[in-house]
Design a protein around this ligand. Sequence first.
Ligand code: MN
Ligand code: MN
Length: 472
Amino acid sequence: MVDSELLRKDKNCWQGMTEGEKKEVFEFCEDYKDFLSVCKTERECVEYMEELAREEGFKSLSDIRKEGRKIRQGDRIYINYRGKAFLMFVIGEKDLQEGLNVIGSHIDSPKLDLKPSPLYQDEGIVLLKTHYYGGIKKYQWTTIPLALHGIVVKKDGEIVKITMGEDPEDTVFTVSDLLPHLAKEQMDKKLGEAITGESLNILFGSIPVKGEEDDKDKNNVKIAVLKILKEKYGIEEEDFVSAEITAVPAGAARDIGLDRSMIGAYGQDDRVCAYTSFRAILDVKLPQKSCLALFVDREEVGSMGNTGAQSRLLENMLAELLDLTPEGCGDIRLRRTLANSKGLSADVTAAVDPNYENTHDKRNAFRLGNGVGIVKYTGARGKAGTSDARAEFVAEIRDIFNSEGVIWQNGELGKVDLGGGGTIAQFMESYGMDALDCGTALLSMHSPFEISSKVDVYMTYRGYKAFYIRGE
Ligand code: MN
Ligand code: MN
């Protein structure tokens, strides 16, 4: 569908696209924007994906087990893992022992989590204490409208879902900042120190309860706020201890630019790769090798925990899958399945920002609009803390993309000595499989309003689909 002259890297994808192709890009991105606007936590992503997967013929592994049958070619299977991680399999023609084509992304994003005891009153205002999650530039999270998303689990186990601040009619929340007139001391501080973690407190209410003594240091506003929480959600102050409520930027994903070529939204790291790999696996019918779309949590804080990529999640779930094959699981079958698999670690990378050009080696940098990005290695300062994809595997992916008309680019996150980052590639490789970082380049990564190019989003989807269908 793309002009053969464009089957080369480092080309602007819009060039040479027909009007029909452009239309396809824009339509795909409308669906992607809807996903971003609704799914702002890992739990919401899992819920969204489970519902759509079922509509597309995926069955839960536990349902298949209950049917008492073995899995077979063409089966579409999902696993909802504790509501925070998600796996989707399409069973192919080859034996599972020959490995799967795995695309692994993460569905957590930087955010402001409420502390276990968040509510307090100060100066006649009730605020919520937060503990930020992931790498944020704290100043970016002040003076913007915030929404609250999450769940509260009451002591009897009842789960109360919370979403406040997304409907245009809803109230929103915010972290205040100092006026410039009084900010001399603050402005003299380093950017990273001017806003502290303990000052990221969210405005939550200011009307005192009637009849109580009017004293700004009393809890008269807090009592009133707790009353509203009880009436609207049936929750009490102690319930916050067993809650996961997070503050995220409020509002829907938006188009950016006169030509509407870009998307601005919270959480594109890494929901752009999650959504595109989700859409890609929905398109797979009967592949040669079985396919797996893996969506994990906890990446932004190091992939620890039972829903993160460092856990035995993938291994355990593959064992469950193999258990339902006629040959059963068995240790060696599980090990071979893992080691013979091939993976794309689907995560975002950084595009050259015209406002900050000096942070990149321009000869090894990603640019908005130049297609899906391939990152041979991530890490920081001397390739530390990263896997480094084998050249043979990079060649395989390059060949697949070229033969399927997927426009791609390659590069590094930024200049060698400036910093760096990691992805789940190394945890995928720990099973013995080859894994390559491959995803969309963003501007303003980890900010409340991350920016992607629509054509890169679309090429990421095309690249993932090509890997599922063509990967050997
Ligand atoms: Mn990421
Ligand atoms: Mn990240």
